[in-house]
Design a protein around this ligand. Sequence first.
Ligand code: NAD
Ligand code: TYD
Length: 358
Amino acid sequence: MTILVTGGAGFIGSNFVLDWLAQHDEPVVNLDKLTYAGNLNNLAGIEGDPRHHFVRGDIGDGELVGRLLRAHSVRAVLNLAAESHVDRSIAGPAAFIETNVAGTFRLLEAVRLYWGQLGQDRRQAFRFLHVSTDEVYGSLDAGAAASDEEHRYAPNSPYSASKAASDHLVRAWHHTYGLPVLTTNCSNNYGPFHFPEKLIPLVIFNALAGKPLPVYGDGRQVRDWLYVLDHCSALRRVLEAGRPGETYNIGSSNQVANIDVVHAVCAVLDELRPRPDGLSYAAQVSFVKDRPGHDRRYAVDAGKLERELGWRPAEMFETGLRKTVVWYLAHGDWVRGVTSGAYRDWVAQHYASERGAP
Ligand code: NAD
Ligand code: TYD
């Protein structure tokens, strides 16, 4: 048997594939379009491993997906391929609609065709696990309870709206066609292989490069941070024991304001790689123009996953953040590899012209 992972050269997908092969012998077909966010260097640790079959391609290419499903007798699909950066979705939403909405639709159709031709036992055992975000629930007021799976959908950014649309398609393919789907809605991840356009790796990278650490608005927006390998263990558990048609929130109740995240990163760097002048990296913090429509707070209630499937995260924010900083300090080559060319263009365009920082 084999699983098909889409987006397995991205941040979470590559962590998932590496972790899966460290724990299982079951092969993985890894389908990734290799957009700016996809990076084969993330998978260098399994180069030449016969259990890993990488294919460059689009989830929207139904003919290719169908061929892969049949050729590898796939028993489960995990859909992690997406456009994932909120700021890019504001600057150019079209790619988000194309991949996250139309791409998921075409993937569902290719999977439905394949699944419909399986024998009874394999049809029943088949799973389509759709990886989504807590951002579909929209912004929470300061005192409001964390979002559980019954929370209304209220996406506010082009990114979260496109993910919400994909969640609805997945749900409909279960109710209408009986496809055995599982959906997970996870909070903000951090950890190794995180592309430095997102807050935590950007702060590590800019701090070490002596650049300003751009904090949007007042920096009091709250995110609920989960170490990426905890996300991976939750996905494995949901795949193994989740009930088809159900959705599961994933998170670890680590709600932290952005400015506190930035200071926490600076504190670990101050200890592990002090600035030559003895000042804290926090001196580089620079408040910049806010993100349009910036959601104030996300917080996710993952109690259902713990109650029903016994999953718990292994890391607290402090332990996971330290591991993350240590990883970036030890992987300067990886960072240099992803912070050239197109990355520099994005940073220059996004921060310099609009926000007046770096
Ligand atoms: P990422 O941007 O790092 O990686 C996305 C990957 O998908 C890249 O390798 C890219 O090349 C690939 N891809 C993009 N379009 C594709 C297409 N049309 N066909 C095939 N491959 C394509 O994203 P990530 O942070 O790893 O997120 C993975 C998934 O998890 C996404 O669905 C995202 O919405 C979800 N998620 C992310 C977070 C987070 O904090 N990063 C939190 C919750 C949920
Ligand atoms: P990000 O990592 O882009 O994740 P998301 O928008 O999906 O939550 O951003 C996390 C938070 O950090 C978010 O509130 C926006 C903020 N942020 C900054 O303050 N400065 C930055 O340069 C970036 C990229 C994000």
